[in-house]
Design a protein around this ligand. Sequence first.
Ligand code: CTP
Length: 213
Amino acid sequence: MKFLITAGPTREPIDPVRYISNRSSGKMGYAIAQAALEAGHEVVLVSGPVALNAPAGAQLVRVTTADEMYDAVHAHLAGVDIAVLCAAVADFKPASCAPRKIKKRDGVPTIKLVPTRDILASLGALRPKKFLLAGFAAETGDLEKNAREKLEKKQCDAVIANDVLAPGLGFESDENALTIFLPDQSSRVLPRASKHDLANALVKILCGMQQKS
Ligand code: CTP
């Protein structure tokens, strides 16, 4: 099968030396790419800036901003069977990027933010949708409620949720704990484990879902 995976953060430029970003390390998305490759699948990995080596055999598409990630994902949809959007895409970007470094002597700047395009929702809205679509939800509370809202609003086949406030888990960690929420109201818990083991389990589950659909 062919996987399209997004991973890592995006960077939204404020001026030539500053940007808005987030704490995503890309480890979960890269682990899913690795697991899919090890299981014999084809992988396109659309990655924001991370300090990780691309898994051998993946087609790596490097991007920086949310707009670039949106365009790269839509440009690589042909033949995709399973899309896993794991990237921590910035929800907001500066309305414009200052052409020169903003100087302190000019006072505290006011930075106007505008929303970025939602890549996951844009794929969920495609008709006909030829692939299984899984999104991620990084939450700091109300895991089930927030994940189910995303599942419905973004028209996904699965939302994989984790609590980023859980001690020792989430962002830069090598471990995680996940709950997969499905449209039939069921859910599946993948308890605390290495991102590598979780990725293997996820790839198996997603392939099983895709074969049934
Ligand atoms: N996502 C995306 N494009 C965006 C923002 C998010 O594709 N511009 C995807 C992420 O890759 C992830 C999922 O949407 O799979 C969840 O992202 P999140 O930002 O948590 O969802 P939001 O609807 O923005 O909700 P929140 O208010 O919790 O940020």
